[in-house]
Design a protein around this ligand. Structure first.
Ligand code: AHG
Ligand code: MN
Ligand code: MN
Length: 352
């Protein structure tokens, strides 16, 4: 963990390594692509701006009238919290100002939103979960934002916004998330490794704090909502038993926050496995493929981990609808190899 932020203190002498903001990092990354116009960094700045607005609201949540329910039901049939609505508005407001974006799709909106209708320059779609972990908002526990960026497919026009976003996760050109936790951290990848930037609240900038993140080969924790264990398919239950009993070399402990983005962030840093299996009430799992599973699967793979839906690589799934759900098993190489050996292969020999 580097302490570059301290270098901003006026009493410190010359920095030993340069302070790199997320904007500088993106611009440097873009130099890899000849002819790049800087539009991608302008697009990303819409996300960084919106997430700064969201984190400012989250930080002052107990002092302002932003806690609690909005009163509406979203397309998922879930009660919208005020912070869900604020976060959605912030992202739409900031991203609508970017001419390179043609389509925005959000967890909170039934249909994708067409922006800059008719602009020749609009060739990106951004899909997002504006506020992940809604049940944790009112109790001061980490929440987050996830996003996925796709390029407009060849030959698809502005009259077919759904087709812009119904692409397998392997087609993402960038993905990431922000965790509003004990600090605010942005983690993203453009397919060139995973990099983390901590928001320095004093200067309002995301500063590179976690360059080239790698998920440990194996971890100590599994992360799942154990309350539903009796309704998981039998081999998921067996897998969790293996972890608890020490079949992989040590007995696992569990951690479960209930905000996917925070549970995944811990898994990225510490290793282990996060699961949201099929359950009785959610036979397809609960998490949404396009804006929850795909971004974390992209980051997991970029960091040396694995993400499957219980059988297939998440990034290979061809989505059929925007709010489609998927089971998710994501984590370190060792835990996922064991899952594939004892759950996926066993399933293929003898279907449950
Ligand atoms: P959201 O707040 O965007 O609707 O997402 C909540 C999700 C996810 O963050 C978390 O992993 C999961 O819901 C927790 O669900 P359970 O309460 O069923 O464990
Ligand atoms: Mn969510
Ligand atoms: Mn959400």
């Amino acid at each position: 963990m580097n302490l570059k932020l301290e270098l901003l203190e006026p009493t410190m002498s010359k920095p030993s390594s340069p302070i790199i903001t997320v904007q500088q990092h993106i611009l440097q990354d873009q130099k890899r692509f000849p002819g790049s116009s800087g539009e991608f960094s302008w697009l990303l700045s819409g996300i960084t701006m919106a997430t700064k607005l969201i984190q400012a609201k989250v930080r002052r949540a107990g002092l302002t009238d932003i806690l609690g329910e909005q009163g509406d039901i979203n397309v998922q049939g879930e009660v919208q919290q005020k912070l869900d609505v604020f976060s959605n508005d912030a992202l739409i407001h900031c991203l609508s100002a970017r001419e390179s974006i043609g389509v925005l799709a959000s967890e909170e909106d039934e249909k994708p939103l067409l922006v800059h209708k008719g602009s020749e320059n609009a060739h990106y779609a951004v899909v997002f979960d504006p506020l992940d972990g809604s049940s944790n908002i009112d109790v001061n526990v980490s929440v987050g934002t996830t996003f996925s960026i796709l390029r407009r497919p060849e030959g698809i026009g502005l009259d077919e916004p759904e087709k812009w976003v119904l692409q397998p996760g392997a087609k993402q050109i960038a993905a990431g998330y922000v965790v509003y936790g004990s600090s605010t951290i942005l983690v993203y990848s453009v397919g060139n490794g995973v990099h983390g930037f901590t928001l320095d609240p004093a200067v309002g900038a995301y500063i590179l704090s976690h360059p080239n993140m790698k998920m440990p080969e194996q971890g100590k924790y599994y992360s799942v909502n154990e309350a539903y264990r009796d309704t998981f398919p039998v081999r998921y239950r067996e897998y969790i038993r293996r972890l608890r009993e020490g079949t992989l070399g040590h007995k696992y402990a569990s951690r479960y926050i209930g905000s996917m983005v925070a549970d995944f962030h811990r898994t990225l840093l510490k290793g282990g496995v996060f699961l949201y299996p099929p359950t009785e009430s959610n036979p397809e799992g609960k998490l949404r493929l396009l804006y929850e599973a795909n971004p974390v699967a992209f980051l997991a793979e970029q960091a040396g981990g694995t993400a499957i839906d219980g059988t297939r690589r998440v990034l290979d799934i061809q989505p059929k609808s925007i709010h489609q759900r998927t089971p998710l098993v994501v984590g370190s190489r060792v835990e996922l190899a064991d899952f594939e050996r004892f759950v996926v292969q066993a399933d293929s020999r003898q279907p449950a």
